[in-house]
Ligand binder design. Sequence first.
Ligand code: C5P
Length: 243
Amino acid sequence: MARRRKIYEGKAKVLFEGPEPGTIVQYFKDDATAFNNQKKGTISGKGVLNNRISEFLMTRLTEIGIPTHFIRALNMREQLVRQVEIIPIEVVVRNVAAGSMSKRLGIPEGTPLPRSIVEYYYKNDELGDPMVSEEHITAFGWASTQDIDDMVHLTLRVNDYLSGLFLGVGLKLIDFKLEFGRVWEDEEMRIVLADEISPDNCRLWDVKTNQKLDKDRFRQDLGGVQEAYQEVARRLGVLPVEV
Ligand code: C5P
């Protein structure tokens, strides 16, 4: 096979130069990290499952008119995506209190929020992805007010759609993180959904039992991590091989 140029290696994915200009190959690894790299491990088969789950969710979102970087699946661990200029902001939406919000504000995990809450974090490993406000984002030039409006609008649509989609398979979408990128299209700059959507960056609880079926099983040493990711894939009907 032809050697490909590695562009970037992150915690859970590797990006390679794509076959055509403006494309990237996104390779999903089994590596898992948590608490800003303080906890490291491997979840066997995670890359395959996240590749499938993210492909499925990005495709459904494209169908409802959400622009994404996803082009097509290439194989079990790789997908072809559009090259974008990543906006260094992680957009988190929360429907139910959990994780850092519960810790920071003392709201018990599992408390439904009066409305969906959007938060921004500055993507910076050295600083541990600190939470920032719209003021910081615009003042430091990480994104414009228009970019933020576009990202929030898209994020709320994604939340609406995915909350319903997951509920249909007996899962509650507690919260999730999205990343966006800029692309030039028809002489205009557009914002598209990038990165991945998977149990690595969503909290998903079983509707009946509140069992956690996401990366919190790894973060909190709950065991059954691989099985949880498989269960999400199974419910979405995208389990690569019936297990
Ligand atoms: O840890 P916290 O409660 O702030 O996480 C909120 C949501 O964002 C969770 O679904 C988590 O998986 C996701 N997240 C992420 N990447 C980060 C931080 C949070 O995917 N760097």
